[in-house]
Design a protein around this ligand. Structure first.
Ligand code: CTP
Ligand code: MG
Length: 552
């Protein structure tokens, strides 16, 4: 498969063959192998971060001549890649071969002057391009292709799903239609890099890294951009033994706890994003949450961003999810489809509340895959056993060690098809004894619940935390009933192709869709529940104690 990006074509990795495979699959990451070796998560991250540093964002006129623009920019250096997209306005993403070209562009441009307004000058990497051509000439420019950054309407996907040959194919079609595109991933890294430029003014040497669904390979177009401010490289030098007669240290501010430090750091960044950050609007400081964060919208990209700090474990759990998603070609389509199914039925939501988070739901799918016979993915303890010395990591007292080299993990002998797995997933959770057991992906088996909670899913690294602490008993009942109904529905309507929704198409429409009145009632109930959830979370003082983590 090939992913087209700007003017170059980059070979994408075809997933390793298994009988369960559908005809065409493109993985979103364009370049994830070196020779025969699969790149590690950190290598991919570092490469994309470096790429983002050489990239600028240009707000373009509606009609723009692509060739002329590239020629104009090439006076500053070679343009390696580029693409166009449209949010509230059209933009071009321009990747130069050399980061120095950006300084050259910045030196040649000026800050706009407003007669009746003040302005905060800021030398960012977001520019506005205006055409000197009179509008009637410009209007005749050949139009450029704008890459979609939002999800296609579900209704538009329906005929494709109905026309598929098997349910496995449907799962692949859904994944390909909704997954993050190469361009969208680049844009996500660029936004992190732009926020890093701002944060660096306060903390030279800091890095802003994406985590969560932007990089765990399960992200849907339009999902939030979780990012974290990594100050480790600055902190790392603290306490390092120096040779010679003296010891030099930075004078630093002391605060009572690390949590207070994180709050201060985020508060400072929020202030600068709010007052000076180009394109950053709607900045909200949610500093009392268990994991303090700053929410804001990045207007040029259209991303809703959640910025956290000192959140290294979240990056490790993201890497773990990425690793599981890369191990077997069935994992991504299954997780992806279950996430879509859950979102279609209000099991997950982007508003904090009593819903199951996508993170918790993903762990549920992974746990189910560990329970297959033979297992489809290894347990976290097995991954730890395969770790190389350089993979060893303890963060905040938690052991986060697991193998980073994907090539060391043996492929599974399990050959079940996705058709079977989806039905079995619903059946598994339709009859799981949630009252008694907790889900543990470290061991790959259920364990007696250590504490009273409707749904108990042990956090893979912080073993004393329940990933789904926020989920209430009635909500879990809803999930179980839906899983049972879905298992039944999907077996009943498994045969395609057909003009009527069948298989996954029927599932995503949901049993509720068959009865208009019932649907209205369910929608109303969902809305009421959503408002309740929102009020509860506001009451609990910016989500404090509500969830073990709060960036949903
Ligand atoms: N996380 C966590 N504990 C939770 C929830 C989240 O540690 N209870 C961490 C995980 O590392 C997760 C990240 O925070 O990958 C982002 O969480 P969230 O935004 O809820 O999940 P995503 O996978 O990003 O899904 P979504 O598309 O809903 O944003
Ligand atoms: Mg997220």
């Amino acid at each position: 498969a090939e992913v087209r990006f700007g003017s170059t074509e980059v070979a994408a990795v075809a997933p390793v063959v298994g009988e369960q495979q559908a005809p065409v699959h493109e993985t979103p990451a364009a370049d994830t192998v070196i020779g025969l070796r699969k790149k590690t998560f950190s290598e991919i991250l570092a490469e994309r971060q470096e790429q983002a540093k050489r990239t600028v964002l240009i707000n373009c006129p509606l009609e723009i001549n692509e060739k002329k623009l590239l020629k104009y920019l090439s006076t500053h250096g070679n343009v390696k890649n580029h693409f166009f997209y449209k949010t509230h306005a059209p933009y071009a993403v321009i990747e130069f071969s050399d980061a120095d070209s950006i300084a050259s562009v910045q030196d040649s441009i000026h800050t706009p002057h407003f007669e009746h307004e003040g302005f905060v000058p800021f030398k960012s990497r977001i520019f506005t391009l205006t055409s000197r051509n009179p509008p009637n000439v410009a209007a005749q420019e050949p139009s450029v292709h704008h890459h979609a950054q939002t999800i296609m309407r579900f209704g538009d996907l329906m005929p494709k799903l109905c026309g598929a040959n098997s349910m496995s194919d449907q799962l692949h079609i859904l994944t390909e239609a909704f997954q993050l595109t190469e361009e969208n991933i680049r844009l996500r890294f660029l936004v992190c890099s732009l926020v890093q430029d701002i944060a660096e003014a306060y903390f030279p040497g800091c890095v802003v890294k994406p985590f969560g669904s932007s990089v765990n390979s399960f992200g849907k177009l339009g999902c939030d951009l979780d990012m974290f401010l990594d100050l480790d490289d600055i902190g790392k030098n603290f306490g390092r033994r120096k040779t010679g007669p003296f010891n030099l240290e930075y004078l630093i501010k002391r605060v009572p706890t690390q949590r207070v430090a994180t709050q201060r750091i985020l508060s400072a960044i929020a202030e600068v994003l709010d007052n000076c950050g180009p394109g950053c609007v709607g900045v909200q400081r949610i500093l009392q949450a268990r994991c303090p964060l700053v929410k804001f919208s990045h207007q040029p990209s259209g991303f809703q961003c959640d910025l956290t700090a000192n959140n290294r474990i979240a990056l490790k759990s993201t890497e773990l999810l990425y690793l599981y998603g890369s191990l077997d070609p069935r994992v991504r389509p299954l997780v992806f489809s279950v996430r879509c199914w859950a979102s279609a039925h209000g099991i997950t939501s982007s508003i904090p509340g009593h819903w199951i988070t996508n993170f918790a739901l993903t762990i549920m799918v992974l746990f189910f895959l560990q329970k297959r016979k033979p297992c489809i993915i290894p347990t976290l303890d097995q991954l730890k056993g395969l770790a190389d010395p350089e993979d060893k990591l303890t963060t905040e007292g938690h052991d986060c060690t697991f193998v980073s080299n994907l090539n060391k993990i043996e492929p599974t002998r399990n050959t079940e098809t996705l058709d079977v797995l989806l039905v079995e997933f619903f059946q598994f959770y339709g009859k799981f004894d949630f009252k008694k057991y907790s889900l543990n992906i470290r061991k790959g088996k259920e364990q007696l619940k250590p504490e009273a909670a409707a749904l108990h899913i042990q956090n893979p690294f912080e073993k004393n935390l329940n990933v789904s602490k926020n989920v209430t008993a009635p909500f879990l009942d809803k999930f179980v009933t839906l899983a049972q109904e879905s298992a039944w529905l999907v077996q009943e309507k498994q045969n395609g192709p057909s003009s009527m929704p069948w298989g996954l198409a029927a599932l995503l429409q949901g049993p509720v869709a068959q009865n208009a009145n019932r649907k209205v009632k369910v929608n109303r109930a969902q809305t009421i529940q959503q408002i309740r959830g929102l009020l509860d979370s506001l009451k609990s003082n910016g989500l404090k104690g509500e969830r073990s983590y709060s960036t949903q």
